[in-house]
Design a protein around this ligand. Structure first.
Ligand SMILES: NC(=O)c1ccc[n+]([C@@H]2O[C@H](COP(=O)([O-])OP(=O)(O)OC[C@H]3O[C@@H](n4cnc5c(N)ncnc54)[C@H](OP(=O)(O)O)[C@@H]3O)[C@@H](O)[C@H]2O)c1
Length: 408
């Protein structure tokens, strides 16, 4: 006869199942989220057709490793089924571009040599079977952050058509390149937090950190004009205060003179926060002694690190902070409904989201704000150096097409 398991062993097994199954589901969910960019197929290339592109083959400082490749293979035309090939009109820069260039991430996640850049606007050169686009249409989109060797800092780019949408018609096409990555980041995290729900938010206040930057400039407008928050408080240096108010902030905090906690506590806390700052800001925001969050507040922290070279960026602890804090806050909320809820998100390419954003832009609710244009792919390093100061205003855009360039 087989020996019967003891009652104690059965209880241990049941307890382990109760703990491990949800834990494994959480981990699985987060791994699925973080790797979703890898699941976009990569557009095939045609080595016989060449183009200019800003390329890096090893990690390092942008000025040391980003070079101009004059004869880079082009994406294959006609486009393969499901893909579109685009003539790049403009490419906007984002901190994730230079963070990827600096960091030693596993090669299979970031195949090299790689064309830099993710945000793009342009004209369809070729639309593969099964896509909803036509040759000559103006489109904008965000390329997948991992897995693809194609980038936006090139004369021609290509991606899965699901990453693109028709560009807004009421703004110049080159300005549309400034919208996808920051717009999708803000919309995805606000959606996750349930802020799109029909409820009136006239009585509510949102704090937007780094309100003068790419993400912040978009978030201020979106919180005020799309979500309808009655008060939006933005942190920025004094030189940017007027600019941030013009975008829709009802008040600004000069973080160089006053800790944001003090200003927020003085108005009795906030109902929601959009935070693109480093992890230390999460501790400062969540500490109940600082009085930043009102009961039940939504805290949207977008998995960020600062602009400086920072070894913590590549550490597993940093990567796991977001999911850990998010699930911890959900667990605590079961016992304390007034505790803050945390939302974090790595941005995902999303053509449907961009189609929605194009309508919002064409309705005049949000506009791209470009602090500085650079001309030609040859200006990529200079443009990155400006962004890497951590004090760019709005977005930084490189005009790619229509610019006469001499080879360096
Ligand atoms: N999780 C995601 O999916 C995701 C998506 C997008 C961005 N991000 C991350 O979010 C961060 C911000 O991105 P971004 O595109 O907005 O960058 P950005 O455009 O380079 O931001 C620059 C702005 O940050 C402001 N700033 C710098 N230090 C500040 C401080 N201590 N307090 C308040 N404002 C400060 C500066 O304002 P002043 O000049 O007035 O100081 C400047 O206008 C980056 O780390 C980026 O990687 C994450």
């Amino acid at each position: 006869a087989r020996p019967q398991p003891s009652v104690a062993k059965m209880r241990l097994g049941a307890a382990a199942t109760i703990i491990l199954v949800p834990f494994a589901s959480f981990i699985g969910h987060e791994v699925w989220q973080v790797t979703s960019n890898l699941r976009f197929p990569v557009a095939p290339s045609d080595p016989t057709a060449t183009m200019r592109a800003a390329v890096y083959g090893i990690h390092g400082k942008t000025k040391d490793v980003l070079t101009m490749d004059e004869a880079r293979a082009q994406p294959q035309q006609p486009a393969a089924p499901g893909f579109i090939v685009i003539r790049v009109i403009a490419a906007a820069l984002n901190p994730v571009d230079f963070k990827q260039i600096r960091n030693s991430q596993p090669g299979f996640l970031v195949p090299k040599p790689r064309i830099a850049g993710f945000d793009v606007s342009g004209v369809v050169l070729s639309a593969g079977e099964g896509t909803d686009f036509k040759v000559g249409e103006a489109v904008y989109g965000m390329l997948p952050l991992m897995g693809s060797a194609w980038g936006s800092l090139a004369e021609v780019t290509a991606a899965d058509a699901r990453c693109f949408a028709r560009a807004p018609t009421t703004i110049p096409l080159e300005a549309a390149s400034a919208l996808p990555l920051v717009g999708l980041t803000v919309m995805q995290v606000f959606e996750q937090a349930g802020l799109f729900a029909g409820e009136k938010r006239k009585e509510q206040t949102m704090l937007v950190q780094a309100a003068a930057g790419g993400v912040g400039s978009f978030a201020v407008q979106f919180a005020r004009h799309v979500l309808g928050f009655g008060r939006v408080l933005g942190t920025c240096s004094a030189r940017n205060a007027e600019y941030v108010r013009e975008l829709g902030a009802t008040a600004t905090v000069d973080y160089t003179h006053e800790p944001f906690e003090e200003a927020v506590r003085a108005i009795g806390g906030v109902d929601a926060v959009l935070d693109p700052m480093a992890w230390s800001y999460m501790d400062r925001t969540l500490d109940p002694a600082n009085g930043v969050l009102r009961p039940g507040a939504n805290y949207c922290h977008i998995l960020s690190t600062d602009w400086q070279e920072n070894s913590a960026e590549a550490s597993l602890v940093t990567v796991l902070q977001g999911p850990y804090q998010k699930w911890r806050s959900r667990f605590l909320k079961l016992f304390a409904p007034d505790s803050p809820q945390i939302f974090t998100t790595p941005v995902q390419p999303d053509g449907a989201g961009l189609a929605r954003l194009a309508r919002i832009v064409d309705d005049g609710l949000v506009r791209p704000v470009i602090g500085r244009y650079f001309d030609g792919l040859g200006s990529a390093v200079e443009a990155f150096e400006y962004l890497e100061t951590g004090h760019a205003r709005g977005k930084v855009v490189i005009r790619v097409s229509g610019v006469q360039e001499t080879s360096a």
